[in-house]
Ligand binder design. Structure first.
Ligand code: ADP
Length: 185
């Protein structure tokens, strides 16, 4: 029997992309024939980088990854998946905390559009990495060399400088209270 061609989309904010996201991409590219990283434009989230900047950063990082591409998208993920004729949605899992939210999302997407979600667990070293924490650590001048690619770190520094948020002790507008709690203890 001929092997079915499988196209996956990996939707997310990627604000900015981290080594955790890239870990999921490199595992995903071994499972799927085509993997489209879909950068969402969220009307709700207060995002640091524009979707165009996020796409640009990712495009630099995926050159040389066969079958992997990146593009921005707007609106419902399932509608985008249908437009792309995607077979599955790929999402990453870091911890049990992710599971509850991701299950709800996956079940909703299956109920409304009949599309399956496949989860990939990240490597242990990225289990605590989130874009929100990365933005927060960067704004406090912390060392991010193991958590994000160098090119992303450079862009992050430039962006924070532009928005005047690089000073020690400055508070990111996008951080959540629980993540503030982690940093302030
Ligand atoms: P969203 O706003 O859709 O959650 P994110 O960019 O935060 O967008 O995350 C996109 C996907 O990547 C989600 O499935 C999330 O759980 C996963 N993800 C985020 N950080 C990591 C990480 N460090 N390791 C593995 N998966 C991750």
């Amino acid at each position: 029997m001929a092997k079915k061609f499988v196209r996956a989309i990996f939707p997310g904010s990627f604000d900015p992309i981290t080594n955790g996201h890239l870990d999921v991409v490199s595992r995903g590219m071994k499972l799927f024939d085509e993997l489209v990283i879909a950068v969402g434009r969220s009307p709700i989230k207060n995002q640091l980088f524009t979707p165009e900047e996020r796409v640009e950063m990712i495009a630099e990082l995926i050159t040389g990854m066969p079958g992997v591409s990146v593009e921005p998208f707007e609106g419902l993920t399932v509608k985008y998946a249908a437009r792309k004729k995607a077979d599955v949605i790929l999402r990453g899992l870091r911890s049990l905390t992710d599971v509850q939210y991701e299950f709800q999302l996956a079940m909703t997407n299956r109920a409304v559009a009949g599309i399956e979600t496949i989860f990939i667990m990240t490597s242990e070293q990225y289990g605590f990495t989130s874009s929100t924490l990365i933005r927060e650590i960067a704004s406090l001048g912390g060392d991010l060399s193991n958590l994000i690619p160098k090119t992303v770190h450079e862009r992050l520094k430039q962006c924070l400088k532009k928005t005047g948020r690089q000073a020690q002790g400055s508070r990111s507008e996008t951080s959540s209270d629980s993540e503030d709690a982690i940093l302030n203890t």
